[in-house]
Design a binder for this molecule. Structure first.
Ligand code: GDP
Length: 251
């Protein structure tokens, strides 16, 4: 039996210790209020009630870290958290507003969509997106819209994607398998050779999927290539490779 991990790869335990260092940094209601940073940022997104706050708290092993996003008036804010050593943070978690809450009026919904689309499209230091999806519901239309927002950057490999199928403790083994299969099928539609897309059954209650999720996020931040130039760099396509969602580069 050989291990496929490189010697420097973190294990789940060290990844969880790292996640535990998460602490509140700042909150913003507009993108231009977000601090500009080169630290790799991981965005947590999902339908309202999908289990996003619980997943963040469970990953960080803290009871009320992602609590601010539940405070009335703060639900449309982006909350940022620092990770790593106190004097030398090495990553940022961004808790984005939950979407699809039935009571939210249409204009607020449209505003949210725009903020979300803009963030996913332009946030330069975005290293990865964790999408929380209720394992009993699978992808909803809004989840698919969100996937569309971020797909171009996922398909080039610039932004990684992890789908957490939350509340998996509520499913039987058979149902869990079916949920995993259905979601994987949709993810297959946006997958490319360069893309790093994962999906995990996750239960905050049973702590299942927790180590693997922490490990994935830690690896993203460690492998993140910092983008320093203001313009997108022009990476020549690999010979013979076609990436459907990238705009044609003909002039
Ligand atoms: P958010 O709106 O996406 O932040 O969702 P919350 O984290 O507030 O979770 C919504 C509801 O789902 C709450 O009642 C949670 O207690 C419940 N929940 C979240 N994660 C789990 C889980 O892993 N298992 C179970 N059984 N319930 C969960």
């Amino acid at each position: 039996m050989h291990t496929s991990l490189t010697p420097v790869a973190p294990d789940a335990k060290s990844a969880l210790s790292w996640a535990h260092t998460a602490r509140f940094l700042t909150t913003a209601s507009r993108l231009d209020q977000l601090p500009v940073t080169e630290l790799p940022e991981i965005a947590f997104v999902g339908r309202s009630n999908a289990g996003k706050s619980t997943a963040i708290n469970t990953l960080a092993q803290q009871k009320r870290l992602a609590f601010a996003s539940k405070t009335p008036g703060r639900t449309q804010h982006i909350n940022l958290f620092h990770l790593g050593p106190k004097d030398a943070p090495d990553a940022v978690f961004a808790d984005l507003p939950g979407y699809g809450y039935a009571a939210v009026e249409r204009t607020a919904k449209l505003r949210w969509q725009q903020v979300m689309a803009d963030y996913l499209e332009v946030r330069r230091n975005l290293a990865g997106v964790v999408l929380m999806v209720d394992s009993r519901l699978g992808f909803t239309d809004l989840d698919r819209q969100l996937l569309d927002f971020v797909a171009p950057r996922v398909q080039t490999g610039e932004v990684k994607l992890l789908v957490l199928l939350t509340k998996a403790d509520k499913l039987s083994r058979k149902e869990a398998d079916a949920s995993l299969r259905a979601v994987s099928e949709v993810l297959g539609e946006i997958s490319t050779e360069a893309a790093d897309i994962g999906v995990l059954l996750f239960s905050a209650l049973k702590k299942s999927g927790l180590g693997d999720a922490a490990l994935a996020l830690r690896e993203w931040t460690l492998s993140h290539v910092r983008v320093e130039a203001p313009e997108p760099s022009t990476v020549p396509p690999e010979a013979g490779e076609t990436v459907a969602a990238t705009p044609p580069a003909e002039g």
